[in-house]
Design a protein around this ligand. Structure first.
Ligand code: HEC
Ligand code: HEC
Length: 239
């Protein structure tokens, strides 16, 4: 009898340990949700900059021309092609690009890639975005070089720019605000990157302090309206 009880206890302990181990391993290798990633990619407008502006263009295979005061940027191929796209990347490379604006080799991306906003995307959402990008069909469409005015083509200039205007780090919820306001702020500030076009910029291309969403110029030199004029402040009660 006593033996039976000991056996049972032993089996239970083994079960608990297996469960704990399973949870730990599961977390370390958590897989992103590609379906959710697709929704997040839509919220982030990735397609617009990473797809050529022509009929039958391959989605996410790059080639969209973005006219800015600094010259023309071309969104690169972000399909999993090992040569033309980002097929050799690890998830960590992707997180580094989005969160820190850094290439796998450590050099800086131009902020035409709106990582100053994307840095605020949560870890879980980055994982889902990555899972979605991995499901795309690889495209061998070659990237083209950006066509930038002197001296803006010089990538080394991005380092001092980042020191002045870039604050890395995921979005932090304001616990005093209602969840719906936090969700909205997250969509506006992180994924939707609304400020990239709707906030005016100084001559160095940094967003002007204290003028969030007050209107400016978009990538194609288009006037972008002031959103603060159309927002009626009526915050829902917290809770
Ligand atoms: C406003 C245009 C724009 C939007 C929107 C945009 N990107 Fe990009 N992205 C760029 C540009 C331009 C670059 C290249 C920057 C450079 O060369 O320094 C880039 C680079 C990248 C890279 C690095 C590719 C490489 O080969 O090194 C990744 C990954 C990426 N973007 C993912 C995304 C994802 C995911 C989204 C949506 C959540 C997104 N981008 C939305 C413009 C954009
Ligand atoms: C790539 C640049 C860009 C981004 C990013 C962007 N917008 Fe806009 N937005 C524009 C432009 C340009 C217009 C003006 C459209 C026109 O005149 O045809 C506009 C117009 C608007 C309008 C209409 C305002 C009016 O007075 O008519 C609203 C509202 C708006 N945007 C909200 C947003 C929100 C919310 C986000 C983020 C989720 C966002 N925009 C992100 C470029 C952008």
């Amino acid at each position: 009898m006593r033996e039976k009880a000991a056996e049972l206890r032993c089996a239970l302990q083994a079960g608990v340990i297996a469960l704990l181990l399973g949870a730990a391993i599961g977390d370390a290798f958590a897989q992103g949700d590609a379906k959710r990633g697709q929704y997040l990619a839509q919220a982030g407008g990735c397609l617009a900059c990473h797809t050529e502006d022509k009929k039958d263009a391959t989605p996410f295979a790059g080639g969209r021309a973005l006219k800015t005061p600094f010259g023309i940027f071309y969104g690169p191929n972000i399909t999993p092609d090992p040569q033309a796209g980002i097929g050799r990347w690890s998830e960590a490379d992707f997180v580094r690009a989005m969160r820190l604006g850094e290439k796998p080799d450590g050099s800086n991306y131009f902020p035409a890639f709106p990582y100053p906003s994307f840095t605020k995307i949560s870890d879980g959402d980055l994982r889902d975005l990555w899972a979605f990008l991995r499901t795309l069909a690889p495209s061998s469409r070659a990237n083209q070089a950006h066509d930038l005015r002197f001296p803006f083509g010089w990538r080394l200039l991005v380092a001092p720019w980042k020191r002045l205007f870039f604050t890395p780090g995921a979005f932090v919820e304001d616990k005093q605000r209602a969840p719906v306001l936090n969700r909205g702020a997250y969509l506006v500030e992180a994924l939707g990157h609304c400020g990239e076009c709707h906030t005016p910029r100084n001559i160095l291309g940094g967003q002007k302090q204290g003028r969030f969403l007050a209107g400016g110029k978009g990538p194609q030199d288009k006037r972008v309206p002031n959103l603060t004029l159309i927002i009626i402040e009526r915050p829902p009660a917290a809770g």
